[in-house]
Design a protein around this ligand. Sequence first.
Ligand code: DGL
Length: 269
Amino acid sequence: MDNRAIGVFDSGLGGLTVVKELHKILPNENIVYLGDTGRVPYGSRSRETIIKYAMQDINFLKKKDIKMIVAACGTVSSTLPREISENLGLPYADVILPSAQEACALTAHGRIGVVGTSASMRSNAYGKTIRNIRGDVRVFGNACPLLVHLVENGLVQPDNQITRLTVEMYLKPLMEENIDTLILGCTHYPIIYDIFNQILDYNVTLIDPGKCTARYVKKILTANGMLAERTKTGVTQYNVTDQVSGFDQTASLFLGEPVSGSLNQVELV
Ligand code: DGL
């Protein structure tokens, strides 16, 4: 048993879609969240910059009393080299493997689509991971650079015409490939899950990285005997690198509940 917190980070608020699911399936765990809101988005930046930012995020979390690190960001997950993530001195989870495993298990005809940021698509991390699990599937990717901006700006209502048209544009080439499963390869996308579903006419299985990653974290903590022993609900501490005003309102959209827990503006070094 281990009562230390789970450290979760993202370039912005998208990682809260993982926290939302952790709250549901591991309600007694403490969580320390870091959202680098001062520098979001990461997905349009170079590999070197993304690795540098990710290391600053990880070093911030490592100074907290945490037992595990979760990269709740598709961009970091697909860019951070294994030699780094496997040598952090703490268990590490990212969103790629859990989403890839789920897609491989659920695909009906072996035609999997992936949407994510430009950096995630450039890395081909999803494609490589999927083909390591199942050599018989085809993977089709498309970068969606505008979506993080739309989501961070709150244009997430299912009837929002700007977001709908943008998603339609990004899905068109994937629909032409007759995908049967779609990985939402960026943790900002589950918040517009309904828009994806409507445009795909509910015919494609959607893989939500928040849900898969939370289940994966639970599996790792359970396997290592590291679940918290607490009987009361855990506390979540939120840290952001930009101003805190407006956080509660946007964050509650991602969390699907009002924000409860402390909130700090922090600097990364
Ligand atoms: N949530 C991040 C991801 O999953 C956001 C992308 C970004 O910062 O560009 O990729």
